[in-house]
Design a protein around this ligand. Structure first.
Ligand code: SF4
Length: 269
């Protein structure tokens, strides 16, 4: 990673400024890959399997470079803004961060989102055999080549629902922690930007919750024998959605760069 390259890319009109700030990081499914600077920067790394392997030296070298460049750019920005990073009381700062972290975890919606990650983990663990059986059943049907039967289509639908659930399982919690932290920071520091950023993160969480609800609904059709456990998850997610909407009433109106032309919740990304 090269600082000059980042600066050059940041001024490239092909890219939508900040499009990557409020996305769900699911680049494989994103329509803005050609307009996203973050994606352009990560393309080289994706091409190099060594930098994707945590046990490889190249992975750690690359991480070191990222930290180094990020810190250099942070220092430059601070200087331009007249902020003396050395003047920050690091002990006081660490104390404040710890307080924010604790408060974030105490929010009812972050607690509910964390509980959801566990519920999903439990569901997959308990239903490992069921999922395997379904896979084998669909494979047998495909091999039998029964006229009119489309087990391949059913398999793809199930796979899509499972991928959606897994993608957002932890992301909802992470985004809500970020949203909570933004709100708390905004109040503490009287900073206008933080609550706006919080609404953006909450909106990404809302989208994740709604897509997860749809995916669980799809799974319910394919696994009716799991009605009780799936309904529990759906009830939990719907409750979480209400909590998030109450805590962040302006989140849906937040206009994510690129994704929301009108600032309305656009689910077509
Ligand atoms: S905006 Fe799209 S391409 Fe860019 S990081 Fe987000 S998901 Fe990936």
């Amino acid at each position: 990673m090269d600082k000059e390259l980042i600066k050059k890319l940041a001024n490239d009109p092909r890219f939508i400024p900040g499009v990557y700030n409020y996305c769900d990081r699911w680049c494989e499914r994103c329509e803005f890959t050609s307009r996203c600077m973050n994606y352009a920067l990560s393309e080289d790394e994706i091409d190099n399997p060594q930098t994707q392997d945590i046990t490889n030296k190249a992975f750690w070298d690359q991480l070191h470079d990222i930290f180094k460049v990020t810190f250099e750019m942070l220092e430059e920005s601070a200087e331009e803004m007249g902020i003396d990073l050395n003047a920050i009381d690091s002990e006081e700062f660490a104390k404040q961060q710890e307080q924010i972290r604790k408060t974030v975890k105490q929010q009812p919606y972050t607690k509910a989102a964390f509980a959801y990650t566990k519920m999903v983990g439990g569901w997959f663990k308990s239903n490992k055999d069921l999922l395997e059986e379904k896979g084998n059943e669909l494979l047998s049907l495909a091999q039998a080549e029964i006229p009119g039967a489309r087990p391949d289509k059913e398999a793809l639908k199930i796979q899509d629902c499972l991928e959606v659930v897994r993608w957002y399982q932890h992301q909802i919690y992470v985004k809500l922690c970020r949203a909570a932290s933004g709100m708390i920071r905004g109040e503490l520091e009287n900073n206008e930007y933080s609550p706006q950023d919080a609404n953006g993160s909450a909106k990404v969480a809302i989208i994740g919750i709604e897509r997860s609800i749809a995916a669980w609904g799809g799974l319910l059709n394919h696994f009716p024998q799991q009605e009780d456990s799936i309904l529990d998850l759906l009830v939990h997610l719907k409750g979480l959605l209400r909590q998030v909407e109450t805590a962040f009433p302006d989140a849906r109106a937040f206009a994510r760069p690129g994704f929301d032309a009108q600032g309305k919740l656009d689910d077509s990304q």
